[in-house]
Design a protein around this ligand. Sequence first.
Ligand SMILES: O=C[C@H](O)[C@H](O)COP(=O)(O)O
Ligand SMILES: C=C(OP(=O)(O)O)C(=O)O
Length: 366
Amino acid sequence: MTLTAGPADITPDLDDRRVTAVNPLISPALLRQEHPMPPDVAKTVANGRAATADVLAGRDDRVLVVVGPCSVHDPEAALDYARKLARAAEAVRDEVHVVMRVYFEKPRTTLGWKGLINDPDLDGSFAVNEGLRTARKLLLDIGALGLPVGCEFLDPILPQFIADAVSWGSIGARTAASQVHRQLCSALSMPVGIKNSTDGDVQVAVDATRAAAASHVFTGITPDGVAALLTTTGNDDGHVILRGSTTGPNHDPGTVADTLARLRKANLPERVLVDCSHGNSGKDHHRQAEVAAELADRIADGEPGLVGLMLESFLVEGRQDLVLGRADALTYGQSITDSCLDWPTTETLLTTLTTAIRTRRRESRR
Ligand SMILES: O=C[C@H](O)[C@H](O)COP(=O)(O)O
Ligand SMILES: C=C(OP(=O)(O)O)C(=O)O
């Protein structure tokens, strides 16, 4: 496509010079009509949000664990995983508040598959309306198991389609500095964790948490999909997630203490979640388990402000490469983005965390 203006006597065509197709998007209201929120799932979502906020605020002395696949590419495998996790969550419920990581949007460093909503058929056909339907149905199916879910919010239009089914949200390392995402956070109905940047800047997450706690006026969409001006209250359940960086981990006690000091200075609640994956594991799932075990020890010792952790886990350990259009060649239950812990290791880590909380309770009574 040429971008030159053309001959001087012809009025240049200025609009949409780089847009090659415009297709209809279903509205959030239509999707919610097709997949309405059942009352029992609404209770799971609301209880999940309240329990998450309570753990973050220290009103509930359990540990928050956000655990699940790096990304959902196969709803059947995700539901299979959810059934196992729901049983495990019930078994550890007195010590661990489990939220299933159900990530549909993947922020890429450069290029790559952008998640189930963007390309549900894993073939570059970008059937977004189908992706939204599949995503919402899966969230409701998981909610029906009594399991609260967590999602990363990347596209600022998409929360209207699914956010009512979500108990915990995240803003990723690549968007923590974005005003658009901070404003979005200020509107979200659930607690939201915000990550340090990929180069390790923690202050950006502290600044984002502060910005998200404030009221904003910004553009969004209504349930009918019409552009609107939204006025928000601000999200006071925001928190920082330490995820390590391209140069190494940042889950050490020194960085946690430094982050708490930054939060104190910003007049924000002193609490952090640690992501055991990404820069904290060097994307090695074996290392993830080591980080989680180390954190369990520190939680047992009563380290202040350490309210929870994130794990990337699926049915089968590791990861595999997706060849677009060859979803049939994929191993069932294995990640196509970052490498994940397998289910048995995940279950063991949840048990380790129950022991940590029991120890902390015992020690605090002495
Ligand atoms: O969590 C997933 C990835 O770390 C994130 O989406 C970036 O992935 P990429 O660097 O492979 O693009
Ligand atoms: C993209 C993710 O993490 P981060 O933003 O920390 O890279 C993720 O958790 O899927």
